[in-house]
Each structure stands twice: as structure tokens, then as C-alpha cells.
Ligand binder design. Structure first.
Ligand code: NAD
Ligand code: UDP
Length: 317
């Protein structure tokens, strides 16, 4: 094991954050999990709360936060699903700007390394396919998704300017659609929606004609990539795409979920949300080369694990 570090994870009680907390605890580090519990939940971290190497701090990153014992920061705090980030769009932008400035300031004070959880949404509705990191994107600055897309683009700008101006040791990853246990059942994302609809015998809601594509990455692959990125040599800052390049249409996904859940639910078609990207698939050659990382988790296996999780949650409710 490498030397024990104090690692702050903002958004640590969320879907991705809770897996990251657990993985870094298992590597022997001290974790400070900072979260305002807007979309996250203590249920996601219940088996860490009593761990002596784990501390939960209920805090909103748009407010300043001070301490002087931090070695690394993973900045994940931000609602990630369209219904959650559109619930209070101004708050979403504040989290991506004021919140990010607060965390960059904390990193500067501590001389800590800081990683930003950016997103494939910075590419918007992409005109080139698959998307490499040097693609500058096709983002609508005034649409319903802009609070998140443009917010996250501004977060990247702030990271770069703190790096150029203050020589901060930064890392940026652009995460593509990720799924797995601990996703919120009510987050409206396609994997959680389809699975919960199927296991509760409700209609499965395909938006648009279902021909739009996404590339789904299992949570374990993402966590592996994020930790590898944090450990890259100083000076390598990214951005690096972290996603699974296996592209699938929503029609194919709905069939898969119906088959794996053995559900008799119907499929219904609903309006496509505004600015919904038509295609999305990461070019991951940079991640493979620089991180020695390959997202290998099989989609059927990942969906089975996620179905098991949601069945358990349904039983507990
Ligand atoms: P999530 O909603 O489960 O987690 C976000 C966490 O941040 C929650 O625990 C929430 O309570 C917390 N939070 C939100 N605003 C906050 C604030 N102002 N102060 C403190 N805490 C706050 O979402 P997730 O899927 O785990 O996403 C985590 C990060 O990864 C986000 O930054 C998101 O943009 C990014 N990301 C996720 C995906 C994905 O597919 N899940 C894709 C791209 C990027
Ligand atoms: N989608 C769908 N049915 C749902 C939820 C989402 O068909 O019940 C579609 C959505 O329109 C989009 C894709 O699935 O084309 C992925 O949506 P999600 O919200 O999971 O992620 P994002 O659009 O942010 O990539």
C-alpha cells in the first residue's frame, strides 16, 4: 500500500462518490466525505459511517470550507441526472462555479492535488463520433441542459486557470454515462428508469423513437479509471474520457432490460427531451495509453448486478 493520505471527496454520499469512498478506504486512506445530501443519501455510505478512517461532513460546497490536513480532493459534488440538475438550475451553476472555486481554493491552501469529475455533456450533441478529448463540442448555451453542460464547461475552465495561474496540481476526467448499484431509483436516468419500471410491472418509457445511442460504463470501471488518473505523474492533467465505448441504442437497451428482468411490461414511446444528444461514444485511446486502463465490465453482467440491487431496495421499502 502507498502512504496513507487524507482524501476529501465532495459528493461522497452520491452514486459515484459512495463507491469511490469505499474503494479508497479499502486502499487504506482516510476519507472525508463532504455532501449536502441533495441527491445523495446516508444509505449509500451506511457501512462506512462507523469506520475510524471515514468522516462525514454535511456541507454545501457553494459555502467556503476550511481545513489544513488534505492531501487530495476528488470534486464530484453536483447533481448529475437531468431531472435533478434542472430542479434548481441556478443552484446547479453555482455548484459548478462558486462551489468549484471554493474547492480549488481549498486545494491551493493545502497544496493538494484536485480531480474534477467532468462529463461527456461538455461535448453537447456531438457532431463528430466517437468523441476524442480535443473535440470542442456542440453545446446549446441557452437550453434546459445548459445549467449543467455550460456549468461543467466553466468548471473545467476554472480548473485550467488555477493550474495556469497558481500552478495547482489538477486532473480532469470526462465521465460518460455510468450505472450500477447506489444509483438513485428516482433520478430519471435511463438505466434506473427501465429497471425500476420493469421490476414493478410498469410501462418502460422510451423517449423519442429510441434510436438515440449512449455508451454505458459500469461503476467499477469508472472508479478504477478515476483512481488511476489521480495517480498519474504531475503535469499530466487531462482531460481524459472515462467511458465504455460499446454504443447501444435505447431500443436495444429496453429489450435487454426486459429480457434480463423477465418482465412482461409494455414499452411506450414518449417525447424526446429538449437538446437530447443523438449519439454518444467515447474515444478512450488516451485513457488506455496514459492510465493503462480498460473498461472491461460486460453490460449484461452490469445490468444483472444493478437489477439485483434495485430488487433489494424495492424489498426494503
Ligand atoms: P449523484 O447525484 O448521485 O451525486 C452527486 C452528489 O453531490 C450527491 O451526493 C449530492 O448530494 C452532492 N451534491 C450536489 N450538490 C452539492 C453541493 N452544492 N454541495 C455538496 N454536495 C452536493 O450523481 P453521480 O452520478 O454520483 O455524479 C457524481 C459526479 O460525477 C457529478 O459531478 C456528475 O456531474 C459526474 N458525472 C456523473 C455521470 C454519471 O453517469 N453518473 C456522468 C458524467 C459526470
Ligand atoms: N431516456 C429514455 N427513457 C427514460 C429515461 C431516459 O429513453 O426513461 C433516454 C434519454 O432521452 C436519453 C438516454 O435515455 O436519450 C439517456 O438518458 P439519461 O438521462 O440516462 O442520460 P443523458 O441523457 O444525460 O446521457
Amino acid at each position: 500500500m502507498k502512504s496513507k493520505k487524507n482524501i476529501l471527496i465532495t459528493g461522497g454520499a452520491g452514486f459515484i462518490g459512495s463507491h469511490l469512498c469505499r474503494a479508497l478506504i479499502n486502499l487504506g486512506h482516510n476519507i472525508i466525505c463532504l455532501d449536502n445530501l441533495f441527491t445523495g443519501s446516508k444509505d449509500n455510505i451506511f457501512n462506512l459511517i462507523d469506520n475510524p478512517n471515514f468522516e462525514f461532513v454535511n456541507h454545501d460546497i457553494t459555502e467556503p470550507y476550511f481545513r489544513d490536513d488534505i492531501d487530495e480532493i476528488y470534486n464530484l459534488a453536483c447533481p448529475a441526472s437531468p431531472i435533478h440538475y434542472q430542479f434548481n438550475p441556478i443552484k446547479t451553476i453555482k455548484t459548478c462555479t462558486i462551489g468549484v472555486i471554493n474547492m480549488l481554493g481549498l486545494a491551493k491552501k493545502n497544496n493538494a492535488k484536485i480531480l474534477q469529475a467532468s462529463t461527456s455533456e461538455v461535448y453537447g450533441d456531438p457532431e463528430i463520433h466517437p468523441q476524442p478529448e480535443d473535440y470542442k463540442g456542440n453545446v446549446n448555451p441557452i437550453g434546459l441542459r445548459s445549467c449543467y453542460d455550460e456549468g461543467k464547461r466553466c468548471s473545467e475552465t476554472l480548473f485550467m486557470d488555477y493550474h495556469r495561474e497558481h500552478k495547482l496540481n489538477i486532473k480532469i476526467v470526462r465521465i460518460f454515462n455510468t450505472y450500477g448499484p447506489n444509483m438513485a431509483a428516482n433520478d430519471g436516468r435511463v438505466v434506473s428508469n427501465f429497471i425500476n419500471q420493469a421490476i414493478n410491472n410498469k410501462d418502460l418509457t422510451v423517449y423519442g423513437d429510441g434510436s438515440q445511442t449512449r455508451s454505458f460504463q459500469y461503476i467499477d470501471d469508472l472508479i478504477d479509471g478515476m483512481i488511476k488518473m489521480m495517480e498519474t505523474e504531475k503535469g499530466f492533467i487531462g482531460p481524459v474520457n472515462l467511458g465504455n465505448p460499446n454504443e447501444i441504442s435505447m431500443n436495444e437497451l429496453v429489450s435487454k432490460v426486459l429480457k434480463l428482468t423477465q418482465s412482461n411490461s409494455r414499452v411506450i414511446f414518449m417525447d424526446l427531451p429538449e437538446d437530447d444528444p443523438k449519439r454518444r461514444k467515447p474515444d478512450i485511446s488516451l485513457g488506455i495509453k496514459k492510465l493503462n486502463w480498460i473498461p472491461g465490465y460486460d453490460l449484461d453482467k452490469g445490468l444483472e448486478d444493478t437489477i439485483k440491487y434495485f430488487k433489494l431496495i424495492n424489498l426494503c421499502e
